[in-house]
Design a protein around this ligand. Structure first.
Ligand code: ZN
Length: 207
């Protein structure tokens, strides 16, 4: 009798799982949350940049990897384009930006590659630090989300990062050195909810 009851429970569980899979196949799972899609699809190419302390919830949260569907989505292309426009806009004039700084807790950053010819800005998806190497060096840092301040922060000279190639979606590792390595460390910290002020030896106001 118990075996029969267990069988019915198993069959019911299988039916619920099958219905769930069917629903996903029929209706799909939209990339990004509704709130994230609202931010991405807002009119204008320069996005609102989150600032401390009023936007601390999004700036202090840990960001998650983009799903396979999000990696292939138009929304991600729009987000990366708008982040690239925002960081280079004269109102910001930054050297890097991370998705939490536009209100989205997904692992997307843009970095100015001072180590490449023409010093282009590039976007990186599902980026993580693989290895930190080399001596620690002190340098001056600022942050679009903490306007009016600079600080002295110790960072590793060399960083190995891993991310997903935007066109092939294949995993890539890249070894970066010098000031560009500092930008990568600063932006990837944002994805962990860490701000440079957490690491700074000293802080000072710009004016
Ligand atoms: Zn920052």
């Amino acid at each position: 009798m118990t075996d029969k009851k267990n069988l019915w429970i198993s069959m019911a569980a299988c039916s619920v799982a099958a219905l769930g899979i069917l629903a996903v196949l029929l209706f799909g799972v939209k990339p990004f949350t509704a709130a994230e899609r609202r931010i991405i699809n807002q009119s204008g190419n320069v996005m609102y940049v989150t600032v401390m302390p009023q936007d601390s919830a999004v700036l202090r949260a840990v960001s998650v990897d983009l799903s396979a569907r999000e990696l292939r989505s138009e929304e991600l292309k729009t987000l990366a384009d708008k982040m690239l426009t925002t960081v280079q806009d004269p109102s910001q004039d930054g050297v890097g930006i991370a998705a939490p700084q536009v209100g989205i807790n997904k692992r997307v950053i843009c970095v100015q590659r001072f180590d490449k010819p023409g010093e282009p800005f590039e976007a990186y998806y599902n980026i993580h630090i693989d290895t930190l190497m080399g001596p620690l060096k002190s340098g001056r840092e600022g942050c679009l989300s903490i306007p009016g301040y600079y600080g002295s922060v110790q960072r590793n000279e060399t960083v190995v990062v891993r991310y997903v190639d935007p066109s092939t979606l294949a995993p890539v590792t890249d070894t970066v050195q010098g000031f560009t390595a500092v930008i990568f460390q600063h932006e990837i910290d944002h994805l962990e909810g860490i701000l440079y002020t957490d690491r700074a030896d000293s802080l000072w106001q710009t004016n």
